[in-house]
Design a protein around this ligand. Structure first.
Ligand SMILES: Cc1cc2nc3c(=O)[nH]c(=O)nc-3n(C[C@H](O)[C@H](O)[C@H](O)COP(=O)(O)OP(=O)(O)OC[C@H]3O[C@@H](n4cnc5c(N)ncnc54)[C@H](O)[C@@H]3O)c2cc1C
Length: 426
């Protein structure tokens, strides 16, 4: 059977393009099938943490729009406090630019891409795989499903088990340039307003990306929360905290004298955030799934680009081993994803349960503790991992499992109660 490529990749998001780049630089023939035309809009905060940038095998700074050094925290838009960092914590981009940039690097390295080719399913034969699209079919040795949250590859290959659905709404919002400039290095983060829910504002070059997210079961309350978020940003109750946070840090930033004046909104959209909640299979025969297609997103923060990039790299390494016949199967991929990424994501899920039991107490603890703030920064930079948190309990770390079990129970109860009563019956 003549194949179209050694490896076919469905989807040109970060998981697909990084896998393609890693394969192409090793001389493997790669074909990317992407359903859209590029550059294309993608709903995403597009906050890039250091740990993502460390994993990207080339400099991504040409597509950065802003960098974040300040965070204005709030809990249900109250108890507002500001923290600053001398080093940037996050770089912000827009996904149309970022994804087109990664794809160009993969193409430069030798990958081929066909746009407007929507993958419907993958069929496996003894010696090859067939990728069926709207216009025909393509053949390869191996297939990487990097086709995002609603992955057709994962569905047709039986790789969508143990998924918990999350959901987020986001919009690109135009505001007055003066306040935008004053807040160009500031992330707004609201958490604890409802179980598992959070809201964020990322400043971009000429607008704000404003979003809210949480468990899909609570989606009916999310627009109420989104509107509260806009009100909070407009009213400017955060300015006093911003001012004292910056003064404390001797920062020279300009302080805005009013809240944001919202001039217009584009692209208000919802998008699923799939979360894998159990170690399980990430490959079946000749097919692997990476990134959102595998449910590799952080249940605590919704962050998924790191896991997309990292799983893309692991997928490429497993494909190379298989093609060089150093490995008879793709088992090593499932093992690596479970050992490295799922261990971290399961710990994030436990921390989420713990947070949901006492959100305001934890919020205030982060506000008052320099140690907690430093730990927050280290997690963003990938210098510390969620899996390290249990060690912070010192001699009591054996109680971690029990604490997580009880907090899961409380968290589930609170989520159910909120689902029924919403913000009115808190
Ligand atoms: C509102 C929101 C905000 C977020 N903010 C952040 C953030 O700030 N930081 C962060 O790290 N993560 C964030 N995430 C998560 C992040 O967007 C995803 O985890 C990440 O995009 C996953 O990358 P991926 O390559 O797996 O999939 P995607 O980026 O979804 O890419 C999939 C690609 O496959 C293509 N495709 C889909 N179906 C098919 C098909 N059938 N055939 C062919 N091609 C197909 C799509 O067009 C797309 O190009 C956010 C998510 C949401 C919803």
């Amino acid at each position: 059977m003549t194949t179209d490529a050694d490896v076919i990749i469905a989807g040109a998001g970060p998981a697909g393009t990084i896998a393609a780049y890693e394969l192409a630089i090793r001389g493997v023939s790669v074909l990317i099938l992407e359903k859209s035309q590029f550059p294309r809009y993608k709903v995403c905060g597009a906050g890039l943490t250091y740990k993502i940038l460390r994993e990207i095998p080339f400099d991504a700074s040409p597509v950065f729009e802003t960098q974040i050094s300040n965070v204005i925290f709030s809990s249900g838009f109250r108890d507002i406090f500001t923290r600053t960092s001398s080093d940037p914590l996050i770089y912000c981009t827009m996904r149309d630019k970022f994804d087109a940039f990664l794809l160009a690097k993969a193409v430069e390295a030798g990958a081929r891409v066909i746009y407007g080719e929507k993958v419907g399913e993958v069929q496996q034969q003894k010696d090859y795989a067939t990728v069926v699209t709207r216009s025909g079919s393509f053949h390869s040795q191996l297939v990487i499903g990097a086709d995002g949250a609603s992955s057709s590859v994962a569905r047709s290959s039986g790789l969508r088990e143990n998924m918990m659905p999350g959901l987020a709404w986001e919009a690109e919002v135009l505001v007055d340039p003066a306040v935008l400039k004053a807040c160009s290095q500031t992330l707004f983060l609201d958490w604890g307003a409802f179980p598992g829910g959070y809201g964020w504002v990322f400043p971009k070059g000429d607008h704000l990306s404003i979003g809210v997210g949480g468990p899909a079961a609570l989606s009916k309350w999310m627009m109420t929360y989104y509107r509260e978020m806009l009100k909070y940003l407009e009213e400017g109750t955060w300015i006093q905290s911003f001012k004292s946070g910056l003064l404390k840090a001797n920062s020279e930033f300009q302080i805005p004298d009013s809240g944001f004046n919202i001039l217009g909104t584009t692209s208000l959209k919802s998008w699923p955030i799939p979360v894998r909640v159990k170690k399980s299979r990430f490959h079946h025969g000749r097919v692997l799934v990476a990134g959102d297609a595998g449910g590799l997103t952080d249940p605590l923060t919704g962050e998924g680009i790191y896991y997309a990039v990292r799983s893309g790299k692991l997928a490429a390494a497993a494909c190379c081993e298989y093609l060089e016949a150093q490995s008879p199967s793709l088992n090593s991929y499932t093992e690596a994803v479970n050992d490295e990424l799922m261990t971290e994501l399961l710990e994030a899920n436990r921390i989420k349960f713990l947070f949901n039991t006492a959100p305001l107490k934890i919020h205030r603890f982060v506000c008052n503790s320099d140690r907690a703030w430093r730990a927050f920064g280290k997690v963003l930079r990938g210098e510390r991992w969620y899996a390290d948190v249990r060690f912070g309990f010192g001699q009591w770390k054996f109680l971690w499992g029990l604490t997580c079990y009880i907090s899961k129970w409380i968290s589930d109860y609170r989520e159910k109660r909120f689902s029924k009563n919403g913000f009115t019956g808190k």
